[in-house]
Design a protein around this ligand. Structure first.
Ligand SMILES: *Cc1c(COP(=O)(O)O)cnc(C)c1O
Length: 394
């Protein structure tokens, strides 16, 4: 391979992309620019920057040098033209949707979504006459069948939060292309290290960077990645004028720090989760384990095609149902009872009463997840210690 045709690997990109220490006094890490505003050399320069005719920052709600390093790095990791970092995953989603859609437009969303995404789609967007149709996108034929003349956007996660079903990104992208609808994939569970939706034909990727990208449970943040033309609109309309969900430079700095070990962390989350998923599945108190690294997973082939590794999230159901699940959660000692995911600490939670309490019982049944489901975000602790803790609590 010649030098010019060689493109850096994932870790090199995550550590170096978009930043030259020699342009910043040799500082190894990107400087933290704690500033809300930026001085202009002249009135004419200020006007030119506002008009987009001159390069440069104007106000940190629309751009900041520390945040810009993070954005270029996220774009490179996802294989997108541009990225926008936001104050939270929900901030990324609302900035995107409010920018791209108007009254009368339609969304098709997978029936299983992160709780607050479901809340936005089911309970709030209809107030603005945006029509949301839920379909089981684990079968792409259901997407084809759900298309309507007003469908502008198709939204999915994969694996889905919390029940670990997969959606075939390439198949859905093909249907969206023919229907002139945009496919948006929430890639929070996988990160670009395990899955690159844009390579598979998706138009846009969203993230809760609160989770694996940050990776240390010390911040909230989000991102949208995709074509520069759309990202510019989401920045200058969605964040600048609609929701104001700009990320702080400090949080961007922490995510840049987290990204340096993203591939190492994901390797370890996955390796430990594979072992624990097998241990749990073999235990007599466990009715089912939902994990794309198990042969029992209904979409194991798709997982192998679409994901580099099965990831760190496991869902399980106990034979004793909800009561047994509650008792299991109360007995673990090492795993932390908490929502969120992607941290060094193993986190265990009960979606029906916690992250997915936005689904009422009828909605939970209709959308396909049970009250007894327990979700585990496998952390970076020693496997033997986690095994002892989880199997001991069973
Ligand atoms: C946490 C999460 C979100 C929301 O992100 P916040 O950073 O909490 O706003 C969206 N999607 C998924 C899959 C999540 O796990």
């Amino acid at each position: 391979m010649t030098e010019s045709s060689h493109s850096p690997g994932f870790a090199t990109t995550a550590i170096h992309h978009g930043y030259d220490p020699l342009a910043h006094h040799g500082a190894l890490n990107p400087p933290l620019f704690l500033t809300s505003t930026y001085a202009f050399a002249s009135a004419a320069e200020g006007a030119a920057r506002f008009a987009g005719e001159a390069e440069g920052f104007v106000y940190s709600r629309v751009g900041n040098p520390t945040v810009a390093v993070l954005e270029s790095r996220l774009a490179a990791l996802e294989g997108g033209e541009a990225a926008l970092a936001t104050a939270s995953g929900v901030g990324a989603l609302t900035a995107l949707i409010w920018t791209l859609l108007k009254t009368g437009d339609g969304i098709i969303a997978d029936q299983m979504l992160y709780g607050c995404t479901f809340g936005l789609f089911e309970h709030h967007l209809p107030r603005f006459d945006i029509e949301v149709v839920f379909a089981d996108l684990t079968d792409p034929a259901n997407l084809q069948a759900a298309l309507r003349p007003n469908t502008r956007l198709v939204f999915t996660e994969t694996p889905t939060n919390p029940n670990m079903r997969l959606v075939d990104i390439a198949a859905c992208a093909e249907i969206c292309r023919r229907a002139d609808a945009r496919l948006v994939v929430d890639n929070t569970y996988c990160t670009p290290y395990l899955q690159r939706p844009l390579d598979l034909g998706a138009d846009l990727v969203t993230h809760s960077a609160t989770k694996y990208l940050g990776g240390h449970g010390d911040l909230l943040a989000g991102a949208v990645v995709g074509p520069k033309e759309i990202i510019d609109q989401v920045r200058f309309v969605g964040v600048k004028e609609l929701n104001g969900a700009c990320i702080s430079a400090f949080d961007a700095f922490l995510i840049l720090r987290g990204l340096k070990t993203l591939n190492l962390r994901m390797d370890r989350h996955s390796a430990t989760a594979v072992k624990l998923a097998h241990d749990l599945e073999a235990h007599p108190a466990v009715a089912a384990v939902y994990y794309p690294g198990l042969d029992s997973h209904k979409q194991r082939n798709l997982a192998q095609r679409q994901m580099r590794q099965p990831g760190g999230m496991i869902a399980l159901e106990l034979r004793g149902g909800l009561a047994a699940g509650r008792s299991f959660m109360d007995k673990v000692k090492l795993a932390t009872r908490a929502v969120s995911l992607g941290d060094a600490e193993t986190l265990i939670q009960h979606p029906a009463s916690m992250t997915h309490a936005t689904y009422d019982p009828a909605e939970r049944a209709r959308h396909g997840f049970t009250d007894g489901l327990i979700r585990i975000s496998v952390g970076l602790e020693d496997y033997e210690d986690l095994k002892q803790d989880l199997l001991g609590a069973l």
